[in-house]
Design a protein around this ligand. Structure first.
Ligand code: G6Q
Length: 543
């Protein structure tokens, strides 16, 4: 296959974007009164309005052509069929198998993995029900009241996001806390006020070697034993593990009967619907968890089967590439108008940037185009009183994804109409702005006119769903997962490894003894790092 920038559609897009850039959305809408109805797509219950993008039908046609020329169809089929598309780690990439219905067949190395997936789901369900009903007792015979998930990265961000997003459905007499950071205060705060006799720790770690998680798990064990009189037998009643590494789990002292497994074909950032979601399942109950999986699966099927022109994740992925590569847009803002989605942007940051923050192709050659933009965001309306100023009048072009729901989970007076009026107003303001003539017509003094002009022509997508249910959350996450996949395929990069996180980890291992050594260690770093180590050793209080 030709390099991306040599493909005919890329060349055509390079020429085409020169024609699009001077066009204002005001003109595009004026020229086509049906644009707002036409440039929409509904799939699996999610409605996407992409009309407020700086595109024409020709743009979409060329982007779709680029997808074809990039072999997207074959890559999708390869992923769904269990091919080892994570070539730098020689692994299949099968998060879609985690939500495949019972009876489906997905082969990895000739073995159908779907029955194993359902066996783990059943085991999780039985355990979740025991904790939820009070049947699972702690070491002193008391039921569990507090569930603390210990994990980091993919073993934390998904569970935290899902718990926050679906808190409305959670069992309210259970307390859920999440510890991720190796900063000891994270652990201290997460266990603040908890009774060890009523606390269950879920140690979530695919490898069971991650420094942060193991450090926190050791502190949790010490905290528990301190609280329960020191009998090591207590560990079995208060610790369960989610991991692929049975040996390490058992070494830690957790009975492997209380271990919930997953597989090397589940990437960390694609694992919230595996056993890594155990805390979510305890919070929501097995039925809600399975409904969430069904939502994921509906989007998977749409992605797999829908023609590209009607394919939600494909279209969103292509639009992201359009701005990143042809408009030099460096970021994408994700702006959910749903407070429960407050951790969704943080979750997406890992999904998007750890996946596509790459600068070499699958073949190991440096890319000569931009890859993943920076994702960021906060829920509306809060962001409107903060960083939206820059999106409206700053010098950066920031494509926005607005996410809104037609119905509140628990309607409260006029709140929801007011909330929705705001999200609609923001995309309108960004697209159409306000001209100097309009500002002057309001009687604004000449000196102030330039300050009050809104240039507009700032692109956005609006995703509208019925209400934030477990099923809809599954669809939303799968939508972004597959949009990220689409981008990765077009950029010819591997979205499923993360070698970029290794160097810092290794250097930290070398620095730890240099900070802890009682004698003055011989430092061989650069002069800045050496000096900072010396400073730290001088400044820190004796422990
Ligand atoms: C995600 C990454 C990374 C991983 C964490 C935790 O895709 O691989 O964020 O999830 O480093 O790893 P463990 O689950 O092995 O502790």
């Amino acid at each position: 296959m030709k390099d991306l920038t040599k493909r005919p559609a890329w060349k055509a897009l390079s020429a085409h974007c020169k024609k699009i850039k001077p066009l204002h959305l005001r003109k595009l809408f004026a020229a086509d009164p049906k644009r707002g109805q036409r440039m929409t797509l509904e799939a699996a219950g999610l409605f996407l309005d992409y009309s407020k993008n700086r595109i024409t039908d020709k743009t979409i046609q060329l982007l779709l052509q680029l997808a074809e020329e990039s072999g997207l169809r074959e890559r999708i089929d390869a992923m769904f069929s269990g091919a080892k598309i994570n070539i730098t780690e020689n692994r299949a990439v099968l998060h879609v198998a985690l939500r495949a219905p019972k009876g489906a067949t997905i082969l990895v190395d000739g073995k159908n993995v779907v029955p194993e997936v359902h066996a783990v789901l059943d085991k999780m369900s039985a355990f979740a029900n025991r904790v939820r009903s009070g049947d699972w007792k702690g070491f002193t015979g008391k039921p569990i009241k507090n569930v603390v998930n210990i994990g980091i990265g993919g073993s934390d961000l998904g569970p935290v996001m899902a718990y926050e997003a679906l808190k409305y459905y959670s069992q309210r007499d259970l307390v859920f806390r999440f510890v991720s950071n190796v900063d000891g205060m994270d652990f201290v705060e997460a266990t603040q006020g908890l009774n060890p006799a009523e606390t269950l720790f879920i140690v979530s770690s695919k490898t069971f070697t991650t420094m942060e998680t193991m450090t926190n798990a050791e502190s949790a064990r010490a905290w528990l034993l301190r609280g329960l009189g020191g009998d090591a037998k207590a560990v079995a009643k208060h610790f369960v593990a989610v991991s692929t590494n049975a040996e390490k789990v058992s070494k830690f002292g957790i009975d492997t009967a209380n271990m919930f497994g997953f597989w090397d074909w589940v990437g960390g950032r694609y694992s919230m619907d595996s056993a890594i979601g155990l805390s979510s399942m305890i919070a929501l109950g097995p039925d809600n968890f399975r409904t969430m999986l069904d939502g994921f699966h509906q989007m998977d099927e749409h992605f797999r089967a829908a023609p590209f022109a009607k394919n939600l994740p494909v279209l969103m992925g292509l639009l992201t590439l359009w701005y990143a590569d042809f408009f030099d847009a460096q970021t994408v803002a994700v702006l959910p108008y749903e407070n429960y989605l407050k951790r969704f942007p943080a979750y997406l940051q890992q999904l998007t940037m750890e996946s596509n923050g790459k600068s070499v192709t699958l073949g190991g050659k440096p890319v000569n185009y931009e890859t993943s933009p920076i994702y960021w965001g906060e829920p509306g309306t809060n962001g409107q009183h903060s960083f939206y100023q820059l999106i409206h009048q700053g010098t950066h072009l920031i494509p926005c994804d607005f996410i809104a729901f037609a119905n509140a989970l628990a309607p409260l007076g006029r709140h929801h109409d007011i909330l929705l009026a705001n999200v609609l107003a923001q995309s309108e303001a960004l697209a159409f702005g306000k001209t100097a003539e309009q500002v002057r017509a309001e009687g604004v003094s000449a000196a102030l006119v330039p300050h009050k002009v809104f240039e507009g022509n700032r692109p956005s997508n609006t995703i509208l769903a019925d209400r934030l249910t477990p099923e809809v959350l599954g669809k939303l996450v799968a939508l972004y997962e597959h949009s990220v996949f689409t981008q990765g395929v077009l950029w010819s990069i591997n979205p499923f490894d993360q070698w970029g996180v290794e160097l810092g980890k290794a250097l930290a291992q070398a620095i730890i003894p240099e900070l802890e050594s009682p004698a003055n260690p011989k430092l061989t770093h650069d002069s800045s790092t050496n000096n900072l180590i010396k400073r730290y050793r001088k400044m820190r209080a004796a422990v």
